[in-house]
Design a protein around this ligand. Structure first.
Ligand code: SF4
Length: 174
């Protein structure tokens, strides 16, 4: 096992002390720099750096940055969600390390879903039934993993299936 554990530090943003969302640093027990290219390959990071090693994922509207000695996560709802994400990540890190001989390490950012491809599959009527002001705003939220085809009541069923298939190449469940 590469990563045995971490110490959690949960705080509110200093710039926005009244904001409801939490931020978290997990200070890691071990240096995990060497697994980062393998983790990037298995999960598809939206940005990657080799020196110093770090990878960032955009998941369900959160930015999760994994560094050699620290994990940083923003926009957390509560401590329960923090624990769920950290435990999931610990498992992903250890699995990627254990399977590294079968994983091609990736040293660049992975492709991300594009606004245009998502927008193409939406009705583009700006009807607001999804509680967003326009289909464009909705598409942005889909891109960030905050919404999906189920949230647009007017989407054509065939396009909903296509959207779900398209997003499955980028997003994953925690
Ligand atoms: S419900 Fe669908 S069609 Fe209506 S604004 Fe939202 S995304 Fe566009």
């Amino acid at each position: 096992m590469l990563l045995t554990g971490f110490t959690k530090e949960i705080f509110r943003s200093k710039c926005m002390p009244h904001a409801q969302s939490l931020h978290c640093y997990a200070h890691l027990n071990e240096d995990i720099g060497k697994v980062i290219p393998y983790l990037n390959s298995s999960l598809g990071g939206s940005s990657f750096s080799m020196d110093p090693p770090s990878v960032t994922f955009k998941i369900q509207g959160k930015l999760i940055s994994v560094h050699a000695n620290k994990i940083a996560i923003n926009a957390l709802r509560n401590e329960e969600e923090t624990d769920k994400i950290l435990n999931w990540l610990k498992n992903e890190i250890n699995t990627a390390w254990q399977n590294r001989e079968n994983i091609e390490p990736m040293f660049k950012s992975a492709p991300q879903p594009t606004l245009i491809e998502i927008l193409k599959l939406l009705p583009k009527t700006n009807c607001k039934a999804c509680h967003e002001p326009t289909c464009m705003v909705f598409a942005t939220k889909v891109m960030e993993g905050l919404k999906d085809g189920d949230d647009c009541p007017d989407i054509d069923p065939e396009n909903k299936t296509k959207l779900s298939k398209y997003l499955s190449c980028f997003h994953f469940e925690i």
